[in-house]
Design a binder for this molecule. Structure first.
Ligand code: SF4
Length: 403
């Protein structure tokens, strides 16, 4: 299994598979075909369907800079190996230098057809299923955070510290901002208002909910505005983990070291999901994005609250289990409706899962590995219209109702 760095990438929103992935693909082409003075890009599948709303074109043209680039959308071809597929041709003075088929596989990662491994991708963990990780921890007397440090090395802590710094900056910027998000849906920013509701509220449960939601909204609204943020594990699901960590920091003053350990544990669960299933909404629906983020957040909370490996596994499993079947149906192809609200609800659910697991973990019947296999199988059964194409569900009915 690869490094958890793949799960946490710092970059610009609003979509890891539609902006960060294409950006990396263009950088790959620029590096491989240095003599090229023109590029042609054809987008297929979800990139063709929702690329405009997700600002794929902007990411591509920005990356190629002054070099001319023609972008074509092909939403008719279905014979593609991955729903986020692009062909990029490198041209010099009208002569084709080379063409690559590149898949944006989620979380900002790419895979080039014919290439076995992308640079930077290397297996550093000897295990990829949670059962094996738990057994190893038990045999060696390790916590899950210690397991991560044993295989990643101490330097991963520096990366996680940078991740935490950016998460805090993103949440704070979102809490301070007002106005309407770009894209034409007239979605107003609500983070500041939710935080104010939290300040006023006297009912402690409601107060807690307002704050957690405010932090999730803040991160997601920054993402939707194309600002700097951290994938966790994707841009669309980037509000869940920061929301719970920021709340724990604000409410209980948890130390940076504890947050870094929690990020390590959350990243481990995210990477198990990515390795054995998917974190891409275009591949397996929103269960793969927000469901995975909820699992990661529940695992992070378990680490912060001192739960055992078994309790932590249970929390991550419960968090995912109740997102099974969740479709990806972003209205207008934008990462706003239902995405932002969905992150807030998932952050609350992460608390539910972590609390529940503390008691019920010893009699559970479903393992984390099983729920992940189930999520992936369910995702593959989902009709394409529910996998980030904006052709079905809320995206379709919203258009019908309001056009
Ligand atoms: S509905 Fe979920 S998977 Fe789809 S774009 Fe929004 S957050 Fe991502």
């Amino acid at each position: 299994m690869n490094s958890i760095k793949e799960i946490y990438k710092i970059g610009r929103g609003p979509s890891s598979s539609h902006t960060m992935g294409p950006e990396r693909a263009c950088l790959y082409m620029l590096e491989k075909y240095r003599a090229a003075n023109c590029f042609e890009v054809t987008l297929y599948g979800s990139l063709a369907k929702t690329g405009y709303g997700h600002r794929t074109d902007y990411a591509i043209t920005q990356t190629f800079g002054e070099l001319p680039c023609r972008i074509t959308r092909d939403s008719v071809t279905r014979d593609i190996a991955h729903p986020n597929t692009m062909d990029i041709s490198a041209i010099r003075d009208g002569v084709l230098l080379g063409r690559e088929r590149i898949y944006s596989v989620g979380g900002g990662d790419i895979r080039v057809e014919g290439e076995k491994e992308r640079q930077g991708e290397r297996e550093i963990y000897p295990h990829s299923h949670f059962t094996d990780i738990a057994d190893y921890c038990s045999e060696n007397g390790l916590s899950l955070a210690q397991y991560v440090y044993r295989f990643e090395g101490e330097e991963i802590k520096k990366h996680l510290a940078d991740v935490w710094t950016q998460m805090k900056l993103t949440v704070r910027a979102g809490l301070a901002a007002e106005g309407v998000l770009p894209g034409g849906l007239n979605v107003k920013r609500r983070a500041k208002q939710l935080a104010k509701a939290g300040q006023r509220e006297r009912n402690l449960v409601k107060k807690e909910n307002f704050y957690i939601c405010a932090y999730a909204y803040a991160a997601c609204e920054e993402n939707a505005n194309g600002e700097r943020m951290v994938t966790a594990p994707t841009c669309g699901a980037s509000g869940v983990l920061p929301a719970v960590l920021y709340y724990e920091k604000q409410q209980f003053g948890v130390e940076k070291k504890e947050i870094i350990d929690a990020l390590a544990v959350a990243g481990l669960f995210g990477q198990v999901i990515k390795t054995n299933a998917s974190v891409s909404g275009a591949e397996a629906g929103c269960q793969a994005e927000v469901g995975s983020a909820c699992s990661m957040a529940a695992a992070a909370l378990s680490a912060l609250h001192g739960l055992t490996v078994s309790q932590t596994e249970c929390a991550a499993e419960v968090a995912m289990e109740h997102f099974l079947g969740l479709t990806c149906d972003p209205v207008g192809g934008l990462v706003q409706i239902p995405c932002i609200e969905r992150n807030a609800v998932a952050a609350l659910r992460a608390y539910n899962a972590a609390s529940l697991s503390e008691v019920v973990y010893d009699n559970r019947k479903v393992s984390f590995d099983l729920v992940i296999d189930t999520m992936y199988a369910t995702g593959r059964d989902l009709s394409a219209c529910y996998r980030e194409t904006a052709d079905g569900g809320l995206a379709k009915l919203y258009v019908k109702n309001f056009d």
